[in-house]
Design a protein around this ligand. Structure first.
Ligand SMILES: C[S@@+](CC[C@H](N)C(=O)[O-])C[C@H]1O[C@@H](n2cnc3c(N)ncnc32)[C@H](O)[C@@H]1O
Length: 260
């Protein structure tokens, strides 16, 4: 067994922490599962992969190994790298990376010269062209305000789209636990982001599949939710636990049974 040592209290950089590899590893499996499932059925279609909240494109250290005198770090794959790798893997795919922060965007230009880089995900719908037959939108903001659901919906209205959403569970729970009138607007706008049925409804999809809560760090507990018209193989496995549809909520096991 490998035991990874972490600083007792290291302040998290905005949007990333020493343990972000947990989120990256999980997101990578989900994205790969959906895009490959599409590609198997539609070998010739052009695909567009949108990262709505790309960050700076640098992973975090998972482990280190030593070869001769040299020690190398093994890095996790952050979301822009996940999409870029999957695009290469499936072929005939384009990548759009959206990042609001100028410095992070400059790093993305360096790291991902083949991607289209946008300063705000509200521009993402305008990148969808008629030849794009499928889109996967990955949404990974720091807090609920920056999902850009309106723009996700616009893309979904134009072309077949699957949404992989990383929900900051702790942040939404904190907003919902407030009672002060100062938080009323946030409660109204983002309180229902904890409800997969609202996502399903907003994005006009048959299913929302939700993972359990994953405690990445003291400050970041997240869930991954897929909003789609079908379930790819990743959704039938732990840590996905709940499937929401027009029939209400079912456990993944019950859903599987009913499908037979
Ligand atoms: C949690 S970080 C992203 C981490 C990254 N996905 C990764 O894998 O490490 C969220 C990012 O969303 C960006 N962001 C917030 N609002 C945005 C918007 N409207 N358009 C594009 N990026 C945005 C922030 O600047 C921040 O870098």
């Amino acid at each position: 067994m490998t035991v990874l040592a972490f600083d007792r209290r290291r302040r998290e950089r905005a949007g990333k922490s020493d343990r972000s590899y947990i989120k990256h590893t999980f997101a990578e499996k989900v994205v790969a599962s959906y895009v490959n499932a599409y590609r198997v059925n539609r070998p010739d279609h052009k695909v567009l992969l949108i990262d709505g909240n790309a960050g700076d494109g640098e992973g975090v250290v998972i482990d280190s190994y030593q070869e001769d005198l040299f020690v190398s770090d093994i890095m996790s794959h952050p979301t822009p790298e996940i999409l870029t790798n999957v695009a290469v893997q499936v072929g005939n795919a384009e990548v759009v990376l959206c990042e609001k922060d100028n410095t992070k965007r400059a790093a993305l230009y360096q790291r991902f010269p083949d991607a289209l880089i946008l300063a705000d995900h509200r521009e993402a719908p305008s990148t969808v062209r008629p030849e794009h037959r499928y889109v996967l939108w990955l949404s990974d903001p720091c807090g609920p305000r920056d999902h850009g659901v309106k723009y996700m919906r616009q893309v979904g209205n134009r072309v077949a789209t699957d949404f992989v959403v990383i929900l900051n569970h702790g942040c939404i729970a904190r907003i919902n636990s407030t009672i002060s009138p100062l938080w009323e607007t946030s409660r109204e706008l983002y309180g229902n982001y904890a409800d997969p049925q609202c996502w399903r409804e907003h994005l006009n999809k048959r299913y929302a599949v939700l993972s359990g809560v994953i405690g990445q760090s003291n400050n970041f507990r997240f869930r991954i939710m897929v909003v789609s018209n079908y379930l790819a193989t990743c959704c039938y496995r732990h840590p996905f636990t709940e499937v929401y549809s027009a029939n209400g909520m079912q456990t993944v096991e019950a859903f599987k049974e009913n499908e037979r």
